[in-house]
Design a protein around this ligand. Structure first.
Ligand code: DGT
Ligand code: MG
Ligand code: MG
Ligand code: MG
Ligand code: MG
Length: 257
């Protein structure tokens, strides 16, 4: 096709390729979800339905984008890890970020009714997103450890805070009680209020990990009525520790690329 005299405007577009052979993490985070969770009366400190809606969107995202090998979610955020060698959209940051965040936002709206059949979606769920490059698997692991520590610290504080409120304290009083407290003191407060922190659902304490795994599935039954099984790759969710080595040792494929 002949170039028009207007073609030169293309030259204003900047190159935004993410560094080759680096892991790419795209983290999305709900915009004004403090308000969004109030408007939709999410349970405090954790709304299981709301977290499962986020998880369901992340699962669907991994089904769609094969280069995303792992995802970790907590609260209103999700981090998506692309394999090192990914050539998704030639590694163009703006393309990758915008595709992922718009795909996720649309899923959130589409799936809302299934998660909350009795709640109307009253405001527009919206997410920000950024892409970050990490040059080594060690740093990728440190990144996810950072997010999981954040999950723990926030969840422990919020659980204490809302239990104190439920026990009759004002917000101000609860804040004063928790000021400067460390983990043992927080556990002590929870214990006195009848809660064993370690017995809270793992989805609240550990966040959610989404990745592909090999699972054995019954595909049919033979004439004798015996099941015929086959290994299939499926996207699944677990709520477990990802700071220690055990998880990564059990799932070596995730960081193998
Ligand atoms: P941002 O991200 O700067 O636009 O502002 P926010 O308001 O989204 O703040 P952020 O992302 O730092 O914190 C997440 C907020 O979402 C936090 O205020 C609590 C709320 N939230 C997240 N998950 C739940 C939940 O399960 N239940 C309730 N009640 N609130 C939640
Ligand atoms: Mg934010
Ligand atoms: Mg947010
Ligand atoms: Mg957040
Ligand atoms: Mg187009």
């Amino acid at each position: 096709m002949a170039n028009s005299k207007y073609e030169y405007v293309k030259s204003f577009e900047v190159e935004d390729k993410l560094m080759p052979f680096n892991w790419i993490v795209v983290r999305i985070d709900g915009r004004h979800f403090h308000q969004f969770s109030d408007v939709h009366e999410f349970e405090k400190p954790n709304d299981k339905q709301a977290l499962e809606l986020m998880n369901s969107c992340a699962e669907a995202l991994l089904e769609e984008f094969k280069d995303v090998v792992f995802a970790y979610g907590v609260s209103d955020e999700y981090s998506f890890l692309f394999k090192k060698t990914s050539e998704f959209y030639q590694r163009r940051a703006s393309k990758i970020v915008s595709i992922l965040v718009s795909f996720f936002s649309s899923l959130y709206v589409m799936k809302w009714k299934t998660s909350f059949p009795l709640k109307e979606l009253k405001t527009i769920p919206c997410f920000d997103a950024r892409a970050i490059c990490y040059p080594s698997t060690k740093i990728v692991r440190d990144y996810f450890s950072w997010r999981q520590v954040d999950c723990h610290v926030n969840n422990q504080y919020n659980t204490c805070f809302w239990m104190l409120i439920k026990s009759g304290k004002t917000k101000r009083e609860a804040q004063d009680i928790l000021k400067g407290t460390q983990t043992p003191e927080k556990n002590e407060i929870l214990f006195r209020l009848g809660i064993n922190y370690n017995e809270l659902p793992a989805i609240f304490r550990k966040g959610s990990c989404v990745f592909r795994d090999q699972v054995e599935e019954i595909v049919k039954y033979n004439q004798d009525g015996d099941p015929v099984k086959r290994l299939r790759t499926k996207v699944g969710i677990v709520h477990c520790d990802i700071i220690g080595d055990a998880f990564w040792r059990e799932h070596p494929k995730i960081l193998s690329d």
